[in-house]
Design a protein around this ligand. Structure first.
Ligand code: PMP
Length: 326
């Protein structure tokens, strides 16, 4: 794995090349690894798309220098876009549903972005709508649209995927990742299937999310506390490609929280609930491989821990389950 040993000219050059670390090391016959995306400068996986998408959009002339990027976001994407916008000479406006963590909104403002809140009840689709209204009012502005822009998936296809394969000398049996926009999973999954078409690709969502409807399951949408993954309306998740996904695993908030606490206590990872969910799902896949129910090209499962727990402390992420605010 490459590490940043040379002096770097910009914070943008510190994005990516995150560590891949063994987790669930008690499983003797299957190796499980997590890619620690909190090592990015904005401390989440979304720094990758902030940099990649804005650089490409400037190259293509979708936006001119000095313009404004307006993005509906649960928070981490706002931070990623705020860093990249600032460094590339652009303004950033982040449209964030109220329920998402205060810390993330403070960090976006600290980076110079403007934060516009939308009502929690309007879900992400309310934020998307507001972003488009703002774009209609502001000259030289663009909505990158992480939920539908193929550049999101491409960022992971060209960086996260190859980094994983390089670190493991190509020996990957299964890829397991939480799906918000699905950019992470589909980008890594497409790369993985090109390396070996038998690689198992598994999506993770909270119980109450309805990604499983892509596979004809009649699941009902219910509120959940886990931030960053899941969907209430799969028609808005245009990047999800069911033909690249073998399975959708659901993890309850309660199970994800118990796991993020275990990861801190036993494995030293200060990660949030989407990482807890990914970790539980990765273990389920590993146990299926271990038990001979799932056949994969290599006995190695890779997952992604998208961010860290410190930006959820005010929500009581380490408190009792009932005290944890979604
Ligand atoms: N976890 C967290 C905490 C996130 O913010 C996101 C992004 N929404 C994800 C997981 C999922 O990433 P993606 O949008 O690439 O599916």
């Amino acid at each position: 794995m490459t590490t940043h040993k040379e002096p770097l000219s910009s914070v943008l050059n510190t994005i990516g090349e995150t560590p891949l670390v063994a987790v669930h090391t008690d499983l003797s016959t299957v190796d499980v690894y997590a890619k620690l995306e909190s090592f990015n400068p904005g401390a989440s996986v979304k720094d990758r798309i902030g940099k990649y998408m804005l650089e490409r959009m400037l190259d293509r002339g979708d936006i001119d220098p000095g313009g404004t990027v307006i993005e509906p976001t649960a928070g981490n994407t706002g931070i990623g876009f705020a860093i990249a916008a600032q460094q590339l000479g652009l303004e950033a406006i982040c449209v964030v549903p109220e329920r998402f963590s205060r810390e993330k909104q403070q960090l976006m403002r600290a980076l110079g972005a403007e934060v516009v809140n939308t009502p929690t009840e309007a879900e992400m689709s309310g934020a998307v709508e507001r972003a488009h209204e703002l774009a209609a009012e502001i000259d030289n502005s663009v909505v990158p649209q992480q939920f539908s822009n193929p550049l999101n998936t491409e960022a992971h296809y060209t960086t996260t995927g190859p980094e994983i394969y390089e670190a493991l000398d190509g020996e990957v049996g299964a890829v397991v990742a939480g799906c918000g926009t699905a950019g992470t999973l589909i980008g890594i999954g497409r790369y993985a299937r090109e390396q070996n078409p038998d690689t198992h690709v598994c999506a993770v969502e909270p119980e109450g999310s309805v990604y499983a409807r892509f596979f004809g399951e009649e699941t009902d949408h219910e509120e959940y506390k886990t931030e960053g993954i899941g969907t209430s309306d799969p028609t808005t998740n245009e990047l999800f490609e069911p033909e690249l996904v073998d399975d959708v695993l659901q993890v309850s908030d309660r199970t994800a929280q118990a796991e993020l606490k275990r990861l801190a206590r036993e494995e030293g990872h200060l990660v949030a609930s989407s990482s807890g969910a990914a970790s539980v799902a990765a273990r389920r896949v590993a146990e299926r491989i271990n038990g001979g129910q799932l056949s994969v090209p290599h006995s190695t499962v890779v997952t992604v821990f998208p961010d860290s727990s410190d930006r959820y402390l005010s929500k009581g992420i380490y408190e009792e389950f009932e005290a944890w605010e979604g």
